[in-house]
Design a binder for this molecule. Structure first.
Ligand SMILES: Cc1cc2nc3c(=O)[nH]c(=O)nc-3n(C[C@H](O)[C@H](O)[C@H](O)COP(=O)(O)OP(=O)(O)OC[C@H]3O[C@@H](n4cnc5c(N)ncnc54)[C@H](O)[C@@H]3O)c2cc1C
Length: 467
């Protein structure tokens, strides 16, 4: 989120707010959500996703160390077989009562080519480990998501993306991948080998098989100048087309109930390094939470206080290699809905979302993230043949998130949005079929690879088959 040193701390306002907040009714609601039991009645261990809303008790947990091990496991493992990366998806993609399959032991860079700037990477590699590994060979991924905790396989599974005009999501830079199928075969897939599988399963939800490695088209290691500036929200919306054209990476966070936006840009530079300071996003976010806790009942007052606290903030600048700057730490857990919209619908949809939240949901305090992503040609990519503008709404993990389905999702759908595969949405197979021109082809490929549906958990059956 926005990182503004001393956004609120030290001000007389927040001191007073702290006092009032201590007795605020919100404090009474600030409770840990109930956790499922650590084991089920038959002693199976609990698995939970990052935000805590998805869970299951797998019968088997496996972490093969090689393709051979994986292939023989797949032949007999009880279904549903669900690959898991870092468990950072919000949708129930991973939960299984059968086999939970981690690729944590299959990680690292296998080979690279300095001439073509490509690297062959094992699918269990976490993006945070890939950054320094690629830097050591003079390469970097062209773009990165907001965090780098994901595994490569998990990022490809859901169409994980960063932001920047002309910059594709991670799967958009995949030249080939290897897929372990339900029958235990290992297929090398690219534009030349098994092109239909390559097109259908570059974004795959772990429903086509298990990706064991991918060859990535990278670029030469560069230095970026990242800047964070607080601006007026309406002015930022007006300026968005220019901002997208002017910067390599650009996004903004609309801060509800404040009329402000934190605009984050990154551009290639050769200027000397200005290292990234300690993470301040978390305290800033908590300050926004306190503001909600204390003044949530009175939006005009909330806005007035926010204005006082944010005035005079200086831009924040850091200069370093991209892999050190583009992703962030997000220790405060949340639940999230993100849709990818036709570019012309992005700002109108955002304005409706902000207006709806400000009219109906005083409890929301998380900034709303606005990004831009280049089109690609993977059949299940939310960016399939469509440059997209994304809008993402978050709720603190202790807060209600159902409002997203009731109030926010209809806005996104009316504007022709395709949901992020890993983030909250209520769409089913028929809905996806209407949004994805090559849906039927992709589903035929999936069925041919896994006719018995051994990779499908109950959610995937609804999302892909609609039973
Ligand atoms: C704090 C936070 C920040 C985020 N920021 C962004 C962001 O900036 N941009 C964005 O696009 N998304 C973002 N996400 C969403 C996240 O990137 C995706 O949900 C991603 O899929 C998570 O990766 P993972 O390794 O945790 O995968 P998991 O959630 O564990 O799995 C995701 C899917 O991939 C499948 N899978 C995993 N490994 C394999 C494999 N080897 N072969 C086949 N299938 C596999 C799983 O079965 C599942 O269907 C964020 C999530 C969080 C919690």
């Amino acid at each position: 989120m926005l990182t503004r040193r001393g956004l609120m701390t030290g001000t007389a306002v927040i001191a007073g707010a702290g006092l009032v907040g201590a007795v605020g009714y919100r404090a009474l609601q600030d409770r840990e959500p109930a956790a499922p039991p650590a084991t089920d009645p038959s002693g199976r261990l609990l698995w939970r996703n990052w935000s805590g809303i998805q869970s299951s008790y797998p019968q088997i947990r496996a972490a093969p160390g090689s393709e051979d091990e994986l292939a023989s496991l797949l032949k007999s493992a009880p279904g549903p077989i669900r690959p898991v990366g870092a468990g950072h998806s919000f949708q129930p993609l991973v939960p299984t009562s059968g086999t939970l399959l981690s690729l944590d032991r299959m990680s690292g860079v296998l080979a690279h080519d300095p001439a073509t700037l490509t690297a062959q990477v094992k699918a269990g590699t976490r993006l945070g480990d890939l950054g320094p590994a690629l830097a050591a060979i003079g390469q970097e991924m062209p773009n990165l998501p907001d965090i780098n905790k994901q595994s490569l396989g998990g990022a490809l599974g859901t169409g994980t993306h960063g932001t920047g005009r002309g910059l594709k999501a991670i799967h958009g830079e995949v030249l080939s991948f290897r897929l372990a199928t339900a029958s235990g075969d290992i297929l090398e897939c690219s534009a030349d080998h098994h092109p239909d599988i390559f097109n259908a399963a570059r974004v795959n939800l772990g429903a086509f098989g298990v990706v064991t490695e991918a060859t990535l088209k990278n670029r030469a290691l560069t230095r970026l100048r990242k800047q964070v500036v607080l601006r007026d929200l309406n002015e930022t919306c007006e300026d968005w087309p220019r901002l997208k054209a002017a910067h390599r990476n650009v996004e903004f966070y609309a801060i509800p109930f404040t009329g402000k936006a934190a605009v984050i840009t990154a551009d290639v530079t050769t200027d000397p390094v200005i290292p990234r300071g300690a993470d301040e996003d978390t305290s800033t976010l908590m300050d926004l939470k306190h503001l909600r806790d204390v003044f949530g009942f009175a939006p005009p007052l909330r806005r007035w206080v926010a204005d006082k606290m944010m005035s005079g903030l200086k831009p924040e600048i850091m200069i370093d290699e991209g892999w050190k700057l583009l992703s962030n730490e997000r220790p405060v857990r949340f639940n999230e809905m993100e849709f990818h919209l036709p570019t012309e619908a992005q700002i109108p949809a955002l304005k409706e979302v902000v207006a709806t939240i400000e009219a109906r949901r005083n409890d929301v305090f998380f900034p709303i993230e606005v990004r831009t992503i280049e089109a690609d040609d993977a059949w299940l990519s939310p960016f399939y043949q469509r440059e997209s503008g994304s809008v993402a709404v978050h709720a603190h993990y202790k807060d209600d998130y159902q409002f997203m389905f009731e109030l926010i999702e209809p806005i996104f759908r009316r504007h022709g949005g395709r949901p992020h595969w890993g983030k909250l949405n209520s769409l089913r197979a028929a809905d996806f079929a209407a949004l994805y021109p090559r849906w039927k082809d992709a589903m035929e490929v999936r069925k041919s690879l896994d006719p018995g549906g051994r990779f499908l958990n109950p959610y995937l059956k609804k999302a892909l088959i609609d039973v």
